[in-house]
Design a protein around this ligand. Structure first.
Ligand code: LMR
Length: 394
């Protein structure tokens, strides 16, 4: 049996982790996988998370199974955090999932169950795991233009033109905030136009929100998702807690499905629970419990929000420093988009060869499409990156 297996294509983001580890240079810089690092290069456990874990340790008296949908307190906390009451709670079904990826996978499986003929539209580019999972599930897929390589900004005319071809019942995947991999985001006014267009086409939105709190703040980053949830009779939202709670390895995410009316929520919820049962039975609980503990305790929540703000501001400062440095070195404003981008990533517009040159000559690791993880920088490595970008002729 096993001899029938073929080698799988390597994931280009995960491949970088290995290549970086094997590089003996002491001044190497890792701008690959999307993990937050503080100025000392550490991915810290947030203080609020530590305290929540202590609380859980002290009070938890069983590790028996939760429900198939996970702990209801987690669902309530996340529905509150993402949607803030903009749609009636009784229209929202939700299941805990192993990370945001688990939520995306369950969303796609739900779509396949309900409308196997639907095409799923992805921004070009998008997080590589989106097309990979869709292909694996044998679903139909299409792309809409998103990024203008010349300006490193959103190609909004391209977005509108391509989404104008979406058929009724097709699913359109939208990044809730902090677009991965580009860092270029729709303005609120542009999102309103996209919403109006997709409504006129009869499309169903699937929102992937993995970086709430990393762009313009917890509330601002949820605005697009809330506007979508309010505008459409039904939509799916996959949210991740990996980044904003810093609990990557705990695998904590949630899939929400908003039904047109409360009467449909029960069956939707049953189907979500069914999918959990088929794929992994009960979802992981520890990370979810950390989240609901923090969200349910005013002091912990305040501490978490402050820490998240510090993280966000740190990334913004690095963006500003890098844009300044590049303005100085190139005597132009060509890289100012880095300061305008939001979230953990920016696609800087280097060719794969230039990316390779920066790795070879300067020990700087970024994804081959020239996505950099801003949080992988610190104030001492920003000038090194700027120099390498200029030396590589970007
Ligand atoms: C990333 O894009 O780097 C993160 O979402 C981590 C991952 O799993 O790819």
């Amino acid at each position: 049996m096993l001899e029938n297996l073929k080698e799988q294509p390597a994931d280009k983001i995960l491949m970088l982790i290995q290549a970086y580890r094997e590089d003996p240079r002491s001044d190497k810089v890792d701008l690959g996988v999307g993990v937050y690092k503080d100025p000392t290069g550490l991915t810290p456990v947030m203080r609020a998370v530590k305290k929540a874990e202590q609380k859980i340790w002290a009070s938890q008296d069983t590790k028996a199974y939760t429900g198939l949908a996970g702990d209801p307190a987690f669902a309530d906390a996340m529905v509150g955090l993402v949607l803030a009451g903009v749609v009636a709670r009784d229209r929202v079904s939700a299941v805990a999932t192993p990370g945001g990826t688990g939520a995306i996978r369950q969303a796609l499986e739900l779509i396949r169950m309900a409308t196997p003929q639907a095409t799923v539209w992805l921004s070009n580019p998008t997080w590589p795991n989106h097309p990979s999972i869709i292909r694996y599930l044998g679903m139909k897929m299409a792309e809409y233009r998103y990024f203008d390589a010349a300006t490193c900004d959103v190609d909004f005319a391209g977005v509108l033109e391509d989404l104008g071809r979406v058929a009724a019942g097709d699913v359109v995947l939208l990044h809730g905030c902090c677009h991965n991999p580009t860092g270029a985001n729709l303005t609120a006014a542009q999102m309103d136009q996209v919403i109006a267009l997709l409504k006129s086409r009869g499309a169903i939105p699937l929102v992937d929100i993995a970086y709430q709190g990393f762009g313009d703040g917890l509330e601002a980053d949820a605005q697009a998702t809330r506007a979508i949830a309010q505008a459409f009779p039904e939509c799916l939202i996959a949210a991740s807690c990996s980044k904003n709670f810093g609990i990557y390895r705990e695998r904590t995410g949630i899939l929400m499905a908003i039904s047109p009316e409360a009467g449909m929520t029960k069956v939707t919820q049953q189907n979500l629970a069914f999918l959990n049962r088929q794929n992994y039975s009960f979802p992981p609980d520890h990370g979810a419990r950390i989240v609901s503990t923090i969200m349910g305790d005013a002091d912990l929540r305040k501490e978490w929000e402050e820490e998240l703000e510090y993280t966000r501001n740190n990334m913004l400062a690095l963006r500003a420093q890098l844009a300044d440095e590049l303005r100085r070195l190139t005597n132009s404003d060509r890289f100012d988009f880095i300061a305008r981008h939001r979230g953990m990533f920016s696609r800087i517009g280097a060719s794969p060869e230039q990316v390779e040159t920066m790795r070879r000559d300067h020990g700087i690791y970024m994804v081959s499409d020239s996505r950099i993880n801003i949080a992988g920088l610190n104030k001492d490595t920003v000038p090194l990156l700027a120099k390498a970008i200029v030396a590589a002729g970007v």
